[in-house]
Every structure is written in structure tokens, then in C-alpha cells.
Design a protein around this ligand. Structure first.
Ligand code: PLP
Length: 394
């Protein structure tokens, strides 16, 4: 039986249509987009067409799109670019406790250089309170960086409100939309974002290519210096094949957005309802409604997420215990801890993230494999036996 992949928040398979548009730029259309001759012009045209498609998906202007080597680089460019470029205005940044490492570590890096960072707490659903944000703003605040949707639990932040607050206080607003672009509508104007990061490999595009939307930021200091590429914002000969792939992935994600959202949401909710019906002592992590439609993060009492993960993998189901960057470590998820989830429950968490290709049969098989695995592992837990006994006698 084919293995089941339910780890689409980590990465997604490259779609056939995406691969098709990429291949010519790895074969005969190898020109450098900066070259004046026809080879160069052909590559340049492909790149600009992709820029239009990416811009269209997030309701931006093509001139506001800077291609980067992925989401991490886009986050770095946004945060360090604004910090270094606006140092004379102030040295204070605001972020949240549940950001991706690409944002948090970048903020920590800046702290070591003398910038000050306020890290906002989140509520039990993983949402930042706009009032907290408002009161964290100082005269020297130059940037707030708050993600659009969380990779581990899928919670969607009140970004429109955050954008309004930022604008009202004259502070720049960056949002890491790596997980939301292509999964829910993303409109930079409605959000009021000045900078927005995205990545191709989360939307069935290739790895190592992404983009940063750059609106009105004042000065954005390039983080990779060299030639005049990308309007002097990111030097280096462009990854034309990757960019063409990102463009196609963005186009497809845009045309299929509504259908995708509805389909994965129904499948995801069906999976959760059936898990709840069959397995006791389970808890949903993340916001019940304001959540990415494909993401289901569950804590299983009396279990370790890692052993669930390994046993499910043996049964042909690939899930995750949280962020791909921290899997392999037995530490409980810092995102869940920040949401107030206990260490034990955080350690017993598992994330299923569905994708475009997920089928109802795969949901059925996942449910079967999960139920069997949970029952078997719990049958070895004296704590679980105890809890059942107590529940029966109550
Ligand atoms: N931001 C978020 C929210 C992510 O989920 C990821 C990837 O997991 C990244 C940034 C990093 O993107 P990339 O893998 O393209 O560097």
C-alpha cells in the first residue's frame, strides 16, 4: 500500500504542472536574466511573468515582489533589512512567542547587536491580543513581525487589526505568511502589511525559492550584497527555474483556492470528529475556527508524540510532532507551551497537515492506523488504566 503523507505544513510535493514549467530553464533556456541577448531576455520574461503571478496571488504590484531563496531568507531580509535600514529611527521590534525560528532567531540575532525586542504572549488558542500589541509600542518601535498563520497549530492571527495598529502608530508591519499563502486568501492591502514572506515549497512548488512582498518600508537594507538584481534588494543571479515554478504554483493555488480550502477543511474536520468519537483523552490544539483549513494538531493524553509518530510511520502514515525544524528533538513544542498547554500534553501532540492530493481513503486509513496505534501504546500505560478505572467508578 502507498504511504500516506499528512505533513504538508513541512513541505509539499512539486506538482507536475509546476515541474513542466521549470524544466526548460534547467535545460535549453539557460540564459541569465541580466543578459541583453535573446537567451537572457527569454529568462527575464519568464521571471517577470512569475513575478506577476505571485503578486496577483497576494493582491500586490509586481514591482513589490522580491524573489528570495525561500521563506527563511524572506523573513531575514524583512526583519534585518528594516532594522539595519531604519536604525536612526529606533531600535525596538515587536514579535510574538509562537513565531517560526526564521523570525525568532533573527530577532535574537538583532538583540545581540543592541536592538531591543518585545516578545508578546499568546492566548490558549495561539492568538496575540491587539491590546498587548498596542501597549508594547514605544516611540522607538520600528517594526512588528507577527505571523499570519502558525505552522504547528494553524492558528490565524488577527492580522488586519494588527496592520491597523501598526499604521496608526507609524510602525512597519511584517507578517510571515509562509503557511497561509495558497491556503487561505491573502491580500496585502487588506492586511495592511508592509512586508510579507512566502515560500514556494509549501504550495506545491520547489524548495529553496520564496518571495518577500515589500510595500512602503522606507529603507530596506539588502542582506545579500553584490549585483543590482531584484531592484538592488537581493543580489545574485536569479534561480530562474525556481522562480518559474513558484509563479506556476502561485497561479494554480490562486485558481484552486476556494475548492482546496473547502475540500481539505471537510476532510480535516471529518478526521477530527472521527478521532474524537473513537479515542478518549484527546485535545485539539489551536483555534477551533480561526485556523488553517488543512491543519489538525492534537494532544493525546498518556502518550508521547514521538512514539506515536514512529509507530504511525511504520504503518505508512507520515505526520509530525510540530515544526520540522525542531522534530528529532524530544523537547515539547515551545509553541504549545506558549499557548499554556502543559508539558505532558505538549509532549503528547501530533500534527496532521492535509494537502491537495489527500483522499478520503487516506483519511480512513489514517484513522484506522491511529486508533490501533493509540490503543496498543496506551495498553502499556498504567496511568491510562488508572484513569479509565477512576472514570468508570465515578
Ligand atoms: N515561516 C514559517 C511559518 C514556516 O512554516 C517555514 C517553514 O517551515 C518558514 C518560515 C521557512 O520557510 P523555508 O522553508 O522556505 O525557508
Amino acid at each position: 500500500m502507498d504511504p500516506i503523507y499528512l505533513d504538508h505544513n513541512s513541505t509539499t510535493p512539486v506538482r507536475e504542472e509546476v515541474l513542466e514549467v521549470m524544466l526548460p530553464y534547467l535545460r535549453h533556456s539557460y540564459g541569465n536574466p541580466s543578459s541583453i541577448h535573446r537567451f537572457g531576455q527569454h529568462a527575464w520574461k519568464a521571471m517577470e511573468e512569475a513575478r506577476e503571478k505571485v503578486a496577483h496571488l497576494i493582491h500586490a504590484d509586481p514591482a513589490e515582489i522580491v524573489f528570495t531563496g525561500g521563506g527563511t531568507e524572506a523573513d531575514n531580509l524583512a526583519i534585518k533589512g528594516v532594522a539595519y535600514g531604519n536604525r536612526q529611527k529606533g531600535g525596538h521590534l515587536i514579535t510574538s512567542a509562537i513565531e517560526h525560528e526564521a523570525v525568532l532567531k533573527t530577532c535574537h540575532h538583532l538583540e545581540k547587536e543592541g536592538f531591543q525586542v518585545t516578545t508578546l504572549p499568546v492566548d490558549r488558542y495561539g492568538r496575540v491580543a491587539p491590546e498587548d500589541l498596542r501597549s508594547a509600542i514605544r516611540p522607538d518601535t520600528i517594526l512588528m513581525t507577527i505571523m499570519h498563520a502558525n505552522n504547528e497549530v494553524g492558528t490565524i492571527q488577527p492580522v488586519e487589526e494588527i496592520g491597523e495598529i501598526a499604521r496608526a502608530h507609524g510602525v512597519l508591519f511584517h507578517t510571515d505568511a509562509v503557511q497561509s499563502v495558497g491556503k487561505i486568501p491573502v491580500d496585502v492591502g487588506k492586511i495592511g502589511a508592509d512586508l510579507l514572506s512566502m515560500s514556494a515549497h509549501k504550495v506545491n512548488g520547489p524548495k529553496g525559492i520564496g518571495a518577500l512582498f515589500v510595500g512602503r518600508t522606507g529603507k530596506l537594507e539588502p542582506q545579500i550584497t553584490g549585483g543590482h538584481h531584484e531592484m538592488n534588494r537581493r543580489a545574485g543571479t536569479e534561480n530562474v527555474a525556481g522562480i518559474a515554478g513558484l509563479g506556476k504554483a502561485a497561479e494554480l493555488a490562486g485558481t484552486e483556492l476556494e475548492r482546496y480550502r473547502e475540500r481539505v477543511r471537510l476532510q480535516r474536520d471529518d478526521l477530527w470528529e472521527r478521532i474524537r468519537g473513537r479515542i478518549d483523552y484527546v485535545h485539539l490544539n489551536g483555534h477551533p475556527v480561526k485556523r488553517l483549513p488543512n491543519t489538525l494538531n492534537i494532544s493525546f493524553e498518556f502518550l508521547e508524540g514521538e512514539s506515536l509518530l514512529i509507530n504511525l510511520d511504520l504503518k505508512g502514515v507520515a505526520a509530525s510532532t510540530g515544526s520540522a525544524c525542531s522534530s528529532g528533538s524530544l523537547d515539547p513544542s515551545r509553541v504549545l507551551l506558549a499557548m499554556g498547554v502543559s508539558r505532558t500534553l505538549a509532549q503528547g501532540s501530533l500534527r496532521f497537515s492535509l494537502g491537495r492530493g489527500t483522499t478520503p481513503e487516506e483519511i480512513d486509513r489514517t484513522l484506522g492506523a491511529l486508533t490501533e496505534t493509540v490503543c496498543r501504546l496506551r495498553s502499556m500505560s498504567p496511568l491510562y488504566a488508572d484513569a479509565r478505572r477512576k472514570a468508570k467508578s465515578a
